[in-house]
Design a protein around this ligand. Structure first.
Ligand code: 5GP
Length: 182
């Protein structure tokens, strides 16, 4: 397949912003423990880089959420595919999300985790597509705002579940666009 794409955010821009965020979170949580919760699967790479620049005691739990069906527009339906393994009561919870599009996934996860009575709950988001927002989610930080394009790379998948290992975030050109993401 002859795939064409445009780089929207380069690996070096990503790493620079993550360093800044790591410094900010280290100050914010100084003297506290944090439970970092990446939403699988797209946020795994962002979370792996972020926790390495957070100089506070960190535990990692995973949540799986899927909102996409067989098309690039959100089905509006959020499914929990994996849940955390210990109680979040009185914990500082930091949700790590790859991209906020309609906002449905993050709003759903935030409501779910708030009901477990954490001490604090914040969400950090790598990419924001504000033009397609349907519901507001509470975003502590978003690193990059992007236009309404289907993007892959740096953890985000594209056709056939591939592309996650690309170090940059890229927009696939029309003829190669797809379909599935989780
Ligand atoms: P939302 O519920 O905000 O509409 O969708 C959020 C989820 O949809 C993200 O966690 C991500 O899995 C997926 N998603 C939204 N836009 C894109 C995109 O451009 N590329 C990829 N690979 N996934 C996307």
């Amino acid at each position: 397949m002859n795939v064409k794409y445009d780089v929207l955010v380069s690996a070096s821009e990503i790493s620079e912003k993550i360093m800044e965020l790591g410094v900010e979170l280290t100050e914010l949580y100084a003297g506290e423990e944090v439970v970092v919760i990446p939403l699988l699967r797209g946020a795994f790479m962002f979370a792996a880089d972020l926790i390495r620049v957070m100089d506070v005691p960190v535990r990692v739990e995973f949540l799986g959420a899927a909102s996409y069906g067989a098309e690039t527009v959100s089905s509006g339906e959020v499914r929990l595919t994996l849940d955390t393994s210990f109680p979040l009561h009185d914990k500082n919870v930091l949700i790590v999300e790859d991209i906020v599009d309609t906002g449905l996934t993050l709003a759903y996860i935030q409501k779910l985790l708030k009901s477990r009575n954490p001490r604090s709950i914040r969400s950090v988001v790598l990419l924001d597509k504000p033009s397609r927002r349907l519901v507001e989610a509470d975003l502590h930080r978003t690193l990059f705002t992007i236009p309404d394009k289907f993007v892959v790379g740096y953890g985000l998948d594209g056709p056939g579940g591939f592309w996650r290992n690309l170090p940059d975030i890229v927009a696939l050109r029309e003829e190669t666009e797809n379909t599935h993401s989780e």
